[in-house]
Design a protein around this ligand. Structure first.
Ligand code: CU
Length: 315
């Protein structure tokens, strides 16, 4: 069998920033900050690419630095250090049969990897000091997918939240408990790369998704915003012929031993309130559903069970 074809879209990173939300004075403030960042990035580029680039005009396209994370059963192979700022995180699933994801978690208040492990052993709900800044949602063996994150300096973790399920189990053991967790130090040296241009904005809140405009066929970049108060993630599913969003939700809430009513197409791992990241997509015509599979702080049910799902079609 040929390896599954996955998203091939790469985020377009341009000097000129186009924002999907031209509202409020905040937006104006950030524009000037980004304009400054662009100028800085542009100068760095010009210095680095002397002789290759004739000018520093609008045509210059600078790819974000890549952080390659290789996932297997059950370990990550990844750099232990990366620059702060805009970074493309690429997950390659080199596993045999399990789906894997990689969530990037910022450790605050001097907490450590060990604190995280101990906290998770006590309570599956993430502690407030573990800030989720996005990552690549679950993809199958042989697949590769990207997200673009804006990393702040400081200690971070790479965490796989995918669960190993035994037949008949509603909840399985998370891969991080089996070894899929690694430290990542984000250094103070910035990448000086501007944010990618996005085509639409997806805000995630308790409990729903708000999409700024319809998603379309082909490559596009989704600006994903954690609007809180809880952490939220977004998983993209393409419904099988004749299956409904209700079928998918019922299956997600089950022990998942029956045939999948939809194909998982990755997505963005959790974003804490106030965090944002970019998700490149390449959509074919079809029926899709976005769901959040973060466990609720209060009742520990998936957020999709609280209504956090959005159906859309691409024609
Ligand atoms: Cu995994």
């Amino acid at each position: 069998m040929a390896p599954p074809r996955w998203r091939t879209a790469r985020p377009r990173v341009k000097r000129r920033i186009v924002r999907q939300q031209p509202n409020s004075s905040q937006s104006g403030g950030s524009m000037s900050r980004y304009a400054k960042l662009c100028r800085l990035g542009c100068r760095a580029l010009a210095a680095a690419l002397v002789g290759l680039l004739a000018s520093c005009g609008d045509e210059v396209v600078a790819p974000a630095p890549e952080l390659l994370v290789i996932g297997t059963e059950y370990a990550f192979e990844a750099p232990q250090q990366t620059a702060s700022g805009i970074v493309t995180v690429r997950l390659r699933n080199n596993g045999v049969e399990e789906l894997h994801n990689v969530a990037v978690v910022r450790l605050t208040h001097d907490h450590t990897l060990q604190d995280f492990v101990e906290s998770k052993a006590r309570d599956p709900i993430s502690p407030a000091w573990a800030v989720h800044v996005g990552g690549v949602e679950s993809i199958p063996p042989g697949a590769e997918a990207d997200v673009v994150l804006d990393l702040s300096p400081g200690p971070h973790l790479l965490v796989c939240y995918h669960e190993l399920r035994q037949p008949g189990e509603i909840r399985g053991q998370p891969h991080h408990a089996l070894g899929m967790i690694a430290p990542l130090e984000v250094t103070g040296r910035p990448t000086n790369v501007p944010e990618p241009e996005s085509d639409a904005t997806l805000a995630m809140f308790d409990y729903g998704f708000s999409l700024s405009k319809p998603l379309v066929e082909g490559p596009q970049v989704l600006h994903v915003i954690g609007a809180g108060p809880q952490d939220h993630n977004v998983l993209l599913w393409r419904l099988a012929e004749g299956r409904s969003p209700a079928d998918l939700i019922e299956w997600l809430e089950s022990d998942r031993t029956s045939a999948r009513p939809a194909q998982p197409l990755g997505g963005m791992t959790a974003l804490s309130a106030g965090e944002q990241a970019y998700l490149p997509l390449n959509l074919e015509p079809g029926e899709y559903v976005l769901v959040c599979l973060v466990s609720d702080r209060e009742d520990h049910r998936f957020h999709v069970s609280h209504g956090m799902a959005l159906e859309f079609s691409v024609s």
